[in-house]
Design a protein around this ligand. Structure first.
Ligand code: SF4
Length: 332
């Protein structure tokens, strides 16, 4: 899966570096001073690189905990995110990472101890009753769990007594839930699954587990006592979306125990203008970028108001047939 490992010299002796190197024994190892030498080069072709990405192991310096954009907020009275990884093994056509980074290489920050120290300090200094920390903003939280051990490590941190006022939200489309099922449940962790109908998954969420696999993962987690969130975000406009999404919501709520669901979000495709421009050049023929979209006042490209009202209005009415509207957060 990975032919080349680029390794910053400063993390060569890091325990996670050793584990990753053991996992990719056959990969070429290349020493670098700073990850920017590989990741930030201007003349890179995202599509070409996505076919065979390298993995870069590096140290995250500077600000590691960042306030979230408002559309990420669901429960906490203050909301932040942290990214142990940039880029993703999945290939969603609507993913803003393709517009944000020139490189499709995976960049893993292996200095987890520094993230953990920052999180402890952040929680200790927070005046919020329930500060909320998301992972899965710049990658999928669980997709590479067998290699990165990300959840395994950070669940331990959030299990510490002084961290229990904080909540960790793991955003994912993955079914890599073994590290959660293998330990006692935690009430300050929410596993938030991004869900879509199989037709949408096959067309725009390439490489991701199908709907039934994600629902099975949710079912197992709920049965074990974990808090689960549902993220219908983005819902994607397409011909006959009413038919597809009606069946989809029926399927989801047939399996998920809605009484135990932590929160539900509903949002449509929205991209910063510059990212949208780059992405539509990557896939000039893709129907996703041709559906009625326009630039809004916040410089975001979104569905036109009428498309958005049809799509989100319809999905909202379907969701509240199954779930209490108080659990529902809508992002336009
Ligand atoms: S799973 Fe999330 S991070 Fe990964 S490609 Fe899809 S949208 Fe992007």
């Amino acid at each position: 899966m990975v032919d080349t490992l680029y390794i910053e010299t400063s993390v060569e002796k890091n325990a996670l570096t050793t584990k990753v190197k053991q996992h990719f024994r056959k990969a070429d190892n290349v020493s670098i001073d700073k990850y920017g030498e590989v990741f930030n080069i201007r003349a890179q072709n995202f599509r070409q690189q996505k076919k065979n990405p390298a993995l870069i192991l590096a140290e995250k310096h500077g600000q590691r905990i960042i306030p979230t954009p408002s559309e990420y907020e669901t429960g906490g009275d203050q909301n932040f995110y942290f990214s142990h990884m940039l880029n993703c093994i999945y290939d969603c056509r609507y993913c803003f990472l393709q517009g944000m980074y020139r490189s499709a290489n995976y960049l893993l920050f292996v200095n987890y101890e520094d993230f953990a120290e920052d999180l402890r300090e952040h929680v200790a200094n927070s005046e919020a009753t329930n500060p909320w920390y998301f992972s899965g903003y710049d990658c999928d939280s669980l997709a590479l769990e067998p290699i990165t051990g990300f959840a395994e490590y950070f669940l331990e941190i959030f299990a510490e007594e002084k961290m229990t006022k904080a909540t960790l939200e793991l955003r994912t489309k993955s079914t890599q839930i073994r590290s959660l099922l293998g330990r006692p449940t935690m009430q300050n962790v929410v596993v938030a699954f991004s869900l879509n109908p199989d037709d949408v998954i096959a067309s725009v969420e390439l490489g991701t587990p199908n709907l039934m696999k994600r629902l099975n993962a949710i079912e197992q987690l709920q049965k074990a006592g974990w808090r689960v969130g549902l993220r219908f975000d983005p819902v994607v406009w397409h011909q006959d979306f009413e038919k597809t999404y009606t069946k989809f919501f029926d399927d989801v709520f047939n399996i998920v125990d809605v009484e135990k669901v932590d929160s539900i979000t509903l949002g449509s495709v929205r991209l910063p203008k510059d990212f949208h421009k780059i992405m539509s050049k990557l896939y000039p023929e893709h129907w996703l970028f041709k559906a009625g979209m326009e630039l809004n006042q916040e410089n975001m490209v979104t569905y036109t108001e009428s498309v958005s009202q049809q799509l989100l209005g319809f999905c909202e009415s379907e969701v509240i047939k199954h779930a209490n509207s108080e659990k529902l957060f809508i992002y336009n």
